[in-house]
Design a protein around this ligand. Structure first.
Ligand SMILES: [Zn+2]
Length: 184
């Protein structure tokens, strides 16, 4: 953050491929999924998050996780319907996360997971919106992503997964890392 990389015109990419504005409906649209989009800025999330922690203390992390899980279940269903074996489909979802400003997700074992040579499933996220927005707290802050990954994996892989964020930028790690664990 804060690095100078030329002037702003060079480094600001247009994300029009990922977002469209429907001038008739006056709505922002995600053309990939065909759903309406609302942009959440850093203050918006920080306001939500801080108030949630003030009100529910340690329960807030669980609430955020369950909220993310609900989103993951919907995304898992969409992946399932569109053909879950297609690696390009997963890549499009990862790209979508990046260009929607969530994080730059990487799944090092993606090919193995899709060809059902499962092994351990780890998801890495660089530049997480949630961690970068909240800053250093000493705790994992990307509970929404952890829930999202668990929810999507439950639907797509048909197993009862939980997801733990083992590394987080908010705990001074270089990136965030999520591990899926099958429920016993
Ligand atoms: Zn994180």
């Amino acid at each position: 953050m804060g690095q100078e990389r030329g002037n702003n015109d060079d480094r600001l990419l247009s994300v029009n491929k990922m977002l469209r504005y429907d001038v008739y409906k006056e709505e922002l649209l995600d053309p990939f999924l065909g759903v309406r989009v609302m942009v959440m800025d850093a203050y918006f999330y920080k306001g939500l998050r801080d108030r949630l922690y003030e009100t529910f203390q340690s329960g807030a992390a669980r609430i955020l996780y369950e909220m993310g899980l609900g989103y993951g279940l919907i995304m898992g269903r969409i992946i399932d319907e569109q053909g879950k074996g297609r690696i390009d489909l997963y890549r499009e979802f990862l790209q979508r996360g990046k260009y929607h400003g969530m994080a730059h997700f990487q799944v090092p074992t993606l090919e193995a997971i899709i060809s059902e040579l499962r092994g351990e499933i780890v998801v890495r996220a660089r530049n997480s919106f949630f961690a970068e927005t909240v800053g250093q707290t000493g705790h994992a802050e990307c509970n929404i992503f952890a829930g999202y990954i668990a929810g999507a994996a439950r639907v797509v892989l048909h197993k009862d997964y939980d997801c733990v964020e083992e590394k987080c930028v908010s705990k001074k790690d270089d990136y965030c890392e999520f591990r899926l664990k099958q429920r016993k």
